[in-house]
Design a protein around this ligand. Structure first.
Ligand code: FAD
Length: 469
C-alpha cells in the first residue's frame, strides 16, 4: 500500500516535470517568435508593410505620371539634356535685384544694410563690364553676409548682356520685371546653390511667414485642390533647397572641404515621405509648364552673340521639347485643366495669385545674398510655370498669346534642372539609407534580444524557479 502511494507520488512528480518541460518549451518558442518578429519588422527590406511606406511607387498624387517613369525619363532623357542646357551662355546669366527692401520686417538685423546685402569680396576681382554704373554696385566689403564669404554672390560675367526679349511683368511675382534700374546679371555657374551657413531665426522666420501666412499645410480632408497645389509647390521647392544644401555642404570649414552630407538630407527630407512626394509633384508641375509652352520655347531666340553656343541652346531646347521617350512616357505630367472650376474659381485664383506674390515678396527678406539669388530665381521659375498654366484672365490659355521674358525662361529652365537634380539625389541616396537602416536593424534586434533575455530572466525565470522540476 505504502509502495503504491510512493509510486503514485513519483508518477505525479514526473508528470509535473513533463508539464513544466513543455511549458518551458512553449515559452521558449514564444520568445523566439517574438524575437524573430521584432527583427523582421525592424528590417525594412523584409517587412512588406515597412517597404510600402518607404518606397515611392504608383502615380504621383494629383499628377498624371508615376514615380518610376519620372525616375527613368530623368536618367535617360532629361538629366543629360538639362545639364548641358543650363551651362549654355543663354541659360547661365540671370538678371536679379539682389539688394533687399524687405517689405514685411524692415528691422530684421540680417539685411538692414544695403551695402551688406550686395557687397562682394574684392572690388578688383570684378571685370570692367561688371562695374558699369547702371549696375549700381556699391563698394565691396568683406564684412557682408554675416561674415560668411561662401554666402556671397560671385557676379563675374564673361559674356555680353542679352537682348531682344520682350519685357512684360509677371502677375504672379512681386518684382517689377520691366524695371531694370536695380537689376544686375549673375553667372549661375559661378554661384551654385549649396550650403551658405544661413540658418537660425532669420531663415526660420522666412519659412514660417511663407507657410503660416501664405500657404498653410492643408488638413487631410482638404478638398480645395488649388490650395493643396500651392502648398505642395512650396514644400517641394523647400525640399529641393534642403537637398542641395545637403548635397554640397561645407564639411570642414578649416580645410574648406565641401561634399555631400546624406544624414542632413535624411533628417530634413528623406525621413518625411510627404516632402519627397511634394518634390516629385513640383517637378512634374514645372515639367508640364515647359511642355505646355512648347511652341513658344521652340521659336524663342536664344541669342547671346555666341552663334555656336546659341545654336546649341536652341538644339538642346528642341530635343527637350520633342523627345519621343518623354512624350510617350509622360505626355501630360500635370493636368491643369481640372483647377479653378466652379463659381468661386476666378476669386480663388486671385487669392492664390496674391498669396504667391507675397511669397515672391518675402524673397527680399532672405538675409543671405546667395540664398536670395536662388530663392528669387526659383520663385520666379514657379511664377512662370503658374503664368503658363493659369493666366490671370485666360489670355494665356493658347500658346500664341503667351509672352515670356527671357529671364522667366531662364528661371523656368534652371528651376526644372534644380528639381530634377533633387529628384535624382533622392533616387540615389534613398536606397543607401535603406541599406544603412538594414545594417542597423540587427543591432537594434540584438539590443532587443538582450532586453528580451533580461525580461526572460526576471519574469519567466522567476516562474521557472517556481515550477516543480
Ligand atoms: C528662400 C530660401 C533660400 C535658402 N537657400 C539656402 C541656400 O542656398 N543655402 C543654405 O545653406 N541655406 C539656404 N536657406 C536656409 C535653409 O533653407 C534653412 O532655413 C536652414 O538651413 C535651416 O534649416 P532648418 O533645419 O532649421 O529647417 P528649415 O529648412 O529652415 O525648415 C523650417 C521648418 O519648415 C518645415 N519644413 C522643412 N522642410 C519642409 C518641406 N519640404 N515641406 C514642408 N515643410 C518643411 C519644418 O517644420 C522645419 O522645421 C534658404 C532659406 C530660404 C528661406
Amino acid at each position: 500500500m505504502v509502495e503504491e502511494t510512493e509510486k503514485k507520488n513519483e508518477n505525479e512528480k514526473r508528470s509535473k516535470r513533463k508539464l513544466g518541460g513543455s511549458a518551458i518549451g512553449a515559452i521558449l518558442v514564444l520568445i523566439i517568435a517574438l524575437v524573430v518578429t521584432f527583427y523582421y519588422t525592424q528590417n525594412g527590406k523584409r517587412c512588406p508593410c515597412f517597404q510600402d511606406s518607404r518606397k515611392y511607387t504608383g502615380i504621383v498624387e494629383d499628377c498624371c505620371c508615376d514615380y518610376e517613369t519620372v525616375d527613368s525619363i530623368n536618367g535617360a532623357v532629361l538629366h543629360p539634356l538639362l545639364q548641358e542646357l543650363v551651362a549654355t551662355p543663354f541659360f547661365r546669366y540671370f538678371k536679379v535685384k539682389l539688394w533687399c527692401d524687405c517689405p514685411f520686417w524692415p528691422d530684421d538685423g540680417m539685411c538692414k544694410l544695403r551695402d551688406c546685402s550686395v557687397c562682394e569680396c574684392s572690388e578688383n576681382e570684378f571685370p570692367e563690364l561688371f562695374r558699369k554704373p547702371q549696375l549700381g554696385l556699391p563698394a565691396d566689403d568683406l564684412k557682408c553676409q554675416e561674415g560668411k564669404p561662401e554666402a556671397a554672390v560671385d557676379r563675374t560675367l564673361d559674356s555680353k548682356v542679352f537682348r531682344g526679349w520682350i519685357e512684360v511683368d509677371n502677375p504672379w511675382t512681386n518684382d517689377d520685371e520691366t524695371d531694370n534700374g536695380e537689376m544686375t546679371y549673375v553667372n549661375l555657374l559661378l554661384n551654385p546653390e549649396r550650403y551658405t551657413g544661413y540658418s537660425g531665426p532669420s531663415a526660420r522666420r522666412i519659412w514660417d511667414a511663407i507657410y503660416s501666412e501664405n500657404c498653410p499645410k492643408y488638413a487631410s480632408g482638404e478638398i480645395c485642390q488649388e490650395k493643396k497645389v500651392l502648398y505642395k509647390l512650396i514644400s517641394g521647392l523647400h525640399s529641393s533647397i534642403s537637398i542641395h544644401i545637403a548635397a554640397d555642404y561645407l564639411l570642414d570649414e578649416t580645410k574648406n572641404l565641401w561634399g555631400p552630407y546624406p544624414e542632413l538630407m535624411y533628417d530634413r527630407v528623406l525621413q518625411y515621405p510627404d516632402r519627397v512626394r511634394n518634390l516629385y509633384f513640383t517637378f512634374l508641375f514645372v515639367l508640364r509648364a515647359v511642355t505646355k509652352a512648347k511652341d513658344y520655347l521652340e521659336q524663342a531666340e536664344y541669342n547671346t552673340g555666341n552663334p555656336e553656343e546659341d545654336l546649341k541652346a536652341q538644339s538642346l531646347m528642341r530635343q527637350l521639347l520633342y523627345d519621343s521617350k518623354l512624350q510617350a512616357a509622360c505626355p501630360v505630367p500635370f493636368d491643369e485643366a481640372k483647377l479653378w472650376k466652379g463659381q468661386s474659381g476666378p476669386e480663388l485664383k486671385q487669392q492664390i495669385q496674391k498669396q504667391f506674390r507675397n511669397i515672391s515678396a518675402i524673397m527680399d527678406c532672405v538675409g543671405c545674398e546667395k540664398c536670395r539669388l536662388w530663392g528669387k530665381l526659383q520663385v520666379l521659375g514657379l511664377g512662370t510655370a503658374l503664368k503658363i498654366l493659369f493666366s490671370v484672365d485666360g489670355q494665356y490659355s493658347h500658346d500664341k498669346h503667351l509672352q515670356l521674358q527671357r529671364n522667366e525662361v531662364i528661371a523656368l529652365v534652371n528651376l526644372l534642372n534644380r528639381l530634377l537634380e533633387s529628384v535624382r539625389l533622392v533616387q540615389e541616396v534613398s536606397p543607401t539609407f535603406e541599406k544603412t537602416m538594414e545594417g542597423l536593424s540587427p543591432q537594434r534586434a540584438a539590443k532587443s534580444i538582450h532586453s528580451l533575455i533580461r525580461l526572460w530572466k526576471t519574469v519567466v525565470g522567476e516562474r521557472l524557479r517556481q515550477l516543480p522540476l
